[in-house]
Design a protein around this ligand. Structure first.
Ligand code: SF4
Length: 577
């Protein structure tokens, strides 16, 4: 176990310690069951409801999170999510129930078993799939399993780093990431549709996945926030149909996300997250115990004050979530994702409270749900009323000018400059050195003398990059930073949601993607850093010469080139490599 992993393990588990479970996009602990009052307004519900709502430009989804228990479905705790699902069934306000996958990195019942039971109650169901615990083959197996069970709505997630497990800390998998998982499921669903059509099955399109992804717009620093947005665009190109925001309490940031998407042409519906707070959960978020979740000092103060009330602030927290719903709808979100609830009755109360606010009055509620981090980077100018205009923030716009970039370039690390030069002259296909070194490696391997060259390569790359000899090198993809050694989840297609202030969710490390963004910005290349095909690492190349694999066309760059050559012009983005 690494020291960083040890310190993660030592950190408290907010689910275990708190009466209300807390995990970003992954955690709410259902409690006692209460009846749901009659719905106030009609909405799409039942099988495939989310697909209908997401395709309806004026649709608004209400998604409720369910968290499986650490035990079998039939035991008393295992039944609670199902009882809650039963209480919510038939309620036309509920679009989907969303079932988490080892939320917060803690082992729980796999979501597919409760998903099938919840679906049998007549609900539309979202199954979370996290990359932490399964390799790509297990993902394919799971994908076929889900298709076979008619569970075609999936939320594709990277997953939090594990924090505990049987007889010690589990080894996280992270063989693929959320972007490549989207691509895998999109391809798998399309293949199933084609096969069903060829077999003459009725309604082959029923095998088409509805794929969701996560987006965290609540980062404080530019180098954390902008890469999140770049990755969102990448997820869209890779097959995402909609996005759900991470847990957050800042309407201005939510507005930033939607403005950025409009500006950049990222055309997909987004669902706003409303995690119903409680004092213990707010303390966990405030202390940074749940990756990606932020509760500011000011918000915590308000929460602590509310929690001194006779109901421990519950009415206040439900009203807070209701206001988040109203403001989210006003801002243009396509739905609300409710979590942190204790029972079905709380969901009904939030919806009732939201209905009590006139929809056109949402702007008056903005200040109540705006708890942004002090001094946070602002991509857009303020509108003076708590939200933004479409004009880029002045400081950000200045940093994008050629003069600012030239000044920043003067401070660039000389080793990074040298890497760029070397790549351009030697490693870039078509460069002066590429063909020469390709011929050299070809001869050397034909004579079975590759080993000394591999040793020489490692002698250079270990001290320079902390290379782990994966053989399918992504240094050119990530501004000459090694994802194997530098990223605790080996993320090759953009940052996960766990970074905070430039640091990884695993303590003691900077985020590789925040660092890459900083390196690329002086060259004006930061916005394009994820405008490329999805990288899927080939583990067959492990402990072989990455230089040899590049020059002799065996790595993902060669596969990318071959894929691009096979595609019609203009369709290269989002392809696998
Ligand atoms: S380095 Fe960044 S992308 Fe990698 S696990 Fe840490 S926060 Fe996530």
């Amino acid at each position: 176990m690494s020291p960083s992993a040890r310190s993660r393990k030592a950190s408290a588990d907010p689910h275990a310690a708190d009466p209300v479970a807390a995990a970003p996009l992954d955690g709410a602990e259902p409690g006692a069951v209460a009846p749901v009052p009659a719905p106030v307004a009609a909405a799409s519900t039942g099988p495939d409801a989310l697909r209908r709502v997401m395709h309806d430009p004026s649709g608004f989804a209400t998604i409720v999170e369910l968290v499986p228990w650490a035990g079998e479905l039939g035991d008393a705790r295992g039944q609670k999510p199902l009882r809650m699902a039963a209480d919510l069934s038939g309620n036309p306000r509920i679009t989907s129930l969303s079932i988490t996958d080892n939320a917060g990195g803690h082992a729980r019942l796999s979501p597919d078993a409760p998903a099938e039971a919840v679906q049998a109650l007549g609900h539309d169901v979202i199954v979370h799939v996290a990359c932490r615990d399964r390799n790509r083959s297990a993902m394919q197996s799971l994908g076929w399993d889900l298709l076979s069970r008619g569970l075609t709505s999936v939320l594709a997630l990277t997953g939090d780093y594990p924090v505990d497990g049987y007889a010690g800390m589990p080894r996280p998998v992270f063989d693929i990431d959320s972007v490549s998982l989207l691509a895998l499921l999109r391809e798998q669903g399309a293949a199933a549709v084609a096969k069903a059509a060829a077999d003459g099955q009725p309604d082959p399109e029923r095998h088409t996945y509805l794929l969701g992804c996560a987006i965290d717009p609540f980062k404080r620093l530019e180098r954390d926030l902008v890469p999140q947005f770049l990755k969102l665009a990448f997820k869209r190109r890779s097959g995402a149909d909609y996005a759900i925001t991470q847990v957050g309490y800042d309407a201005r940031r939510q507005d930033v996300l939607l403005r950025w998407m409009r500006r950049e042409g990222i055309d997909m519906p987004v669902v706003a997250n409303a995690y119903i707070l409680a004092a213990p959960v707010a303390r966990a978020f405030h202390a940074g115990r749940v990756p990606g979740c932020v509760v500011t000092d000011a918000l915590l103060e308000v929460v602590e004050k509310a929690a001194t009330g006779p109901d421990k602030g519950r009415a206040y927290f439900l009203e807070f979530a209701a206001k988040q719903l109203v403001v989210g709808r006003g801002l243009g979100f396509h739905g609300i994702y409710l979590s942190g609830h204790r029972d079905a009755g709380e969901i009904a109360r939030v919806l009732e409270m939201a209905d009590a606010h006139p929809a056109d009055d949402w702007r008056s509620l903005v200040k109540d749900v705006s708890w942004g981090l002090p001094g946070a980077f602002q991509p857009f100018e303020s509108d003076g009323a708590g939200l933004n205009t479409d004009e880029l923030g002045k400081a950000y716009a200045r940093s994008l000018t050629s003069g600012a970039r030239a000044r920043a370039k003067a401070g660039v690390d000389p080793v990074y400059k040298l890497n760029r030069l070397l790549h351009e002259r030697v490693f870039e296909p078509g460069s002066p050195g590429f063909a020469t070194w390709g011929a050299v490696y070809g001869k050397v391997e034909a004579l079975h003398l590759g080993r000394p060259l591999h040793v020489l390569e490692q002698a250079v790359k270990v001290p320079l990059f902390d290379c782990r000899d994966c053989g399918d090198c992504s240094l050119p993809d990530i501004a000459y930073l090694c994802p194997e050694s530098h990223c605790q989840k080996n993320q090759r297609n953009g940052p996960c949601g766990g970074a905070k202030d430039g640091m990884c969710e695993v303590p003691g490390h900077t985020c590789v993607w925040a660092d890459a963004y900083q390196r690329l910005k002086p060259y004006g290349e930061e916005r394009a850093m994820l405008e490329r095909p999805v990288v899927v690492q080939d583990n067959n190349l492990h402990r072989t010469s990455a230089w040899g694999n590049t020059f002799l066309g065996r790595d993902h760059f060669a596969r990318r080139a071959a894929d691009a050559a096979a595609l019609p012009p203009g369709t290269e983005k989002g392809s696998r490599s």
